[in-house]
Design a binder for this molecule. Sequence first.
Ligand code: IMP
Length: 422
Amino acid sequence: MVDLLLGLQWGDEGKGKIVDVLTKNYDIIARFQGGPNAGHTLIFDGNKHVLHTIPSGIFHDKALNIVGNGVVIDPVIFQKELEDLEKYNIDFKSKLFISRKAHIILPTHRLLDAASETAKGKAKIGSTLKGIGPTYMDKTGRNGIRIGDLELENWKDKYDALTKKHLKMLDFFEVDIQFDLKELENQFCKAVDILKQLTFIDSEAYLFNAMQADKTILAEGAQGSLLDIDFGTYPYVTSSNTTAAGACTGLGVAPSKIGKVFGIFKAYTTRVGSGPFPTELFDEDGKTMAKVGQEFGATTGRPRRCGWLDLVALKYTVQVNGVTQLNMMKGDVLSGFDTIKICTSYQYKGKEITHLPYNIEPENVSVNYTEFKGWQADLTKMDSADQLPKNLITYIDFIEKELQVPIKIVSVGPDRKQTIFR
Ligand code: IMP
């Protein structure tokens, strides 16, 4: 069976930390979608690491790490990630496998991303500008270059033809994007040579055989369910299926082989980039969450927008993913608030509703809150569930009851050790 770990909000829920905590239970950790737009932060032994494409099992002795077919890979960023991990003496050849069917982000994909965003002006998505959208467009348009192509003699011809086409497309946008293609291509080709030293596999066959041999597998989601290309707040979303179904297509795993589904959410809500966010705060409470929670994007460094927990949206993503257990992150950030709010329904077209409607822009919905008494205790030194303050337990119990799914892990700080199991 394959267990799934997914973010239930707009990304940045703390998936990297929980994968890291859970890795000891798994033989294989596999990424199934997204690419270097992700930033999974892991903190242990006083060190902080941000992974973008490499699965979060890479620091564990035994876990094997797979980058699945649904992921898009930028060789230049991948090379940098490998270099950043050099001091750990990891044997990448035997611990990190890449699917031949994963698509490659070309330098011109990044340029197209920038041109598209610039051309959109105020309506921009707020993309991380890593070339994610254009690469998935080439995948579905059946023009993409895949990792397996790098094993062919003529991959450079394919590359040249696609780059030529991209340059023509760039003209179409009529925006001023400065670049030195020669320099970008030099970096790209050097990075491809490094990538080619790794092990390429047919990951669907590999995982099938692993399951036959009773290996335990954890699929690590990137971004969050509200950024899903189908079920997220379209068009302000990423270009892949971040929800549970994405793990099947992004790894080649049959739906009947999915086991537990771990849903990760923050005790409040954050969002980077543009798009609707019904519980967003523009007051001191929002600023406090941003400051205490250090809410800056792990990939772009952009400040994250902050707001109260949105149970309407969370219920929706729990349903879409079939979540079997919940992990609540960053409860410690809410310590010190006198009152804590949870959005339990929306006002939509004059009616109170508890489901996520098609439009959640501010002109369509306003939020109704249920209020809770805050807690003052510092949670970061706590290590067992019986130490948690009463008001926090009330908060957790309420969420569990509303979502009908148990909250099994409460994270009380970024370190691997700051994790309370219930
Ligand atoms: P893209 O995937 O880089 O094109 O970005 C599309 C939208 O998804 C933007 O609003 C980004 O800020 C957001 N996004 C992409 N990746 C992440 C992530 O890993 N965490 C949070 N937001 C993300």
